[in-house]
Design a protein. Structure first.
Length: 458
């Protein structure tokens, strides 16, 4: 790496790699892309926007690649330093500011995590509902356009970001909706905020996000129900949504996943295609939603229906879904996991799930299915031996087929994990050459030297 020289503002905040630092910034990646370690040449821990700006400008002037790093919970190799350079760890920028309860907004720096924000908000009667599972940094969630189990009710990060502070590759500071602005809607010019949501660190450093908050519901109730087949579970989901019921979560686990969860968590649920549901609202509205949903579920052959009204019972019921990743890993102790991430129209979900299960069987792969069935997004949790080259190839081929299966029915190769390193060809197939060329032109306009997280997305 070219020398960056010395500046007082960065002194003590940039370090060369040690084994411990490399383990944190490289080997914490999921079993995904690429198969080799790609460590950065150095890691920086800025504490202020000014330091990020100076670091970006310094690296830009010297042609040094930079890689934004939040908490490293991404699943598509997004923080891999494929060309070396400086990994910019933003976790020390952890301030929460500009809480406006009457406006339902808050501003968070790049190092603030989802759980930290909701702990901070606890006494305000507000919460931030987007929940990808891991305790990711909120600005990292912006960068990957994350969503999760609550998206069917509260939307994804795209619907919950009002403004962003971004350090551009050359060090300039951009406020995507104007400095200190937080309107709930705007028709002023191009949607620059939307441009950076899902940009995966390739256009700039997201150093602050102004987020939309929601009121904590008065009442919450959860339920679980087993079905004779996948079609019945999806039919129930569609009918619940068509009825206008404001369901907060509706999650699908296949029979393989339910069996794994039973063994891992000591549960005794039916090992059948299963829906986990959750409703938010007033006590009266929740009771009405429960009655209407139960009638729909029963009309589709649902059985073993159980409701959880108390917090303890609620937590126990959701244990299976929350522990799904670890339950899947327990199917082959000592092995690694890789999660796929396609999203398809609800009308095509049953056939895609069934074709995927047949493909798993024919490929001799272990891969229980879980999904945010309310929006057609599901994950195949593939468990594999990373030392078995032939099995890794089968997994890679399966993942490509699954991505193309989703595209063939009008879906996407990634609902919430992003493109990263491994899905660039699928992105080309999904959006076409004109869209891809437009993305490249945007990238060239903002990052003409291709120094921001190079090798990702495009």
């Amino acid at each position: 790496m070219k020398s960056m020289g010395k500046t007082d503002s960065l002194h003590g905040h940039v370090t060369n790699l040690t084994t411990a630092i490399e383990n944190f910034h490289v080997k914490r990646l999921a079993m995904s892309h690429p198969p080799r370690n790609c460590p950065p040449d150095a890691v920086a821990w800025p504490r202020t926007v000014e330091q990020v700006s100076l670091l970006a400008a310094t690296c830009y002037s010297r042609g040094v690649p930079v890689i934004p790093f939040g908490t490293g919970t991404g699943l598509e190799g997004g923080v891999t330093a494929v060309q070396g350079g400086v990994c910019v760890n933003l976790t020390k920028m952890d301030q929460i500011s500009e809480l406006n309860p009457e406006d339902f907004t808050v501003a968070v720096e790049a190092g603030v995590t989802r759980k930290a924000l909701n702990k901070y908000l606890r006494e305000s009667g507000l919460w931030f509902p987007v929940d990808p599972g891991a305790d990711a940094s909120l600005c990292g969630m912006v960068a990957t356009a994350a969503s999760g189990t609550n998206a069917v009710r509260y939307g994804t990060m795209r619907q919950n970001v009002l403004n962003l502070q971004v350090i551009l590759p050359d060090g300039r500071v951009l406020h995507t909706a104007g400095q200190s602005r937080r309107p709930r809607k705007s028709a002023a010019g191009y949607n620059l905020t939307g441009l950076f949501v899902g940009s995966e660190g390739t256009l700039g450093f997201i150093t602050q996000a102004t987020l939309r908050l929601h009121g904590i519901p008065e009442a919450t109730v959860a339920a679980i129900c087993a079905f004779p087949n996948i079609q019945a579970a999806v039919d129930s989901t569609v009918q619940v949504l068509q009825a206008g019921l404001p369901i907060a979560r509706i999650e699908f686990l296949d029979e393989v996943m339910m069996g794994a969860c039973n063994r891992y968590s000591g549960l005794s649920y039916a090992e059948l295609p299963t829906l986990f549901l959750e409703f938010h609202g007033t006590q009266q509205s929740v009771e009405e939603q429960v009655g209407a949903t139960e009638a729909i579920v029963q009309s589709n052959g649902g059985s073993d229906f159980a409701w959880a009204w108390e917090p303890e019972a609620h937590a126990q019921l959701w244990a299976a879904r929350h522990n799904a990743w670890y339950a899947a890993l327990a199917l082959r102790p000592g092995k690694k996991g890789y999660s796929t991430d396609v999203c398809v129209p609800l009308s095509r979900l049953p056939e895609v799930l069934l074709e995927t299960k047949k493909d798993l069987l024919n490929s001799n792969l272990t891969g229980p299915l879980v999904g945010h069935v309310g929006d057609g997004n599901f994950h195949c949790l593939l468990i594999l031996d990373p030392e078995d080259a032939e099995e890794k190839e089968r997994v890679a081929d399966f993942a490509k087929r699954l991505g193309r299966r989703a595209l063939a029915v009008g879906g996407t190769c990634t609902g919430e994990h992003g493109i990263g390193l491994g899905k660039r060809q699928l992105l080309r197939e999904e959006v076409g050459e004109v869209a891809l060329s437009t993305m490249r032109q945007i990238k060239m306009a903002l990052d003409p030297k291709n120094l921001m997280n190079p090798g990702k997305v495009l």
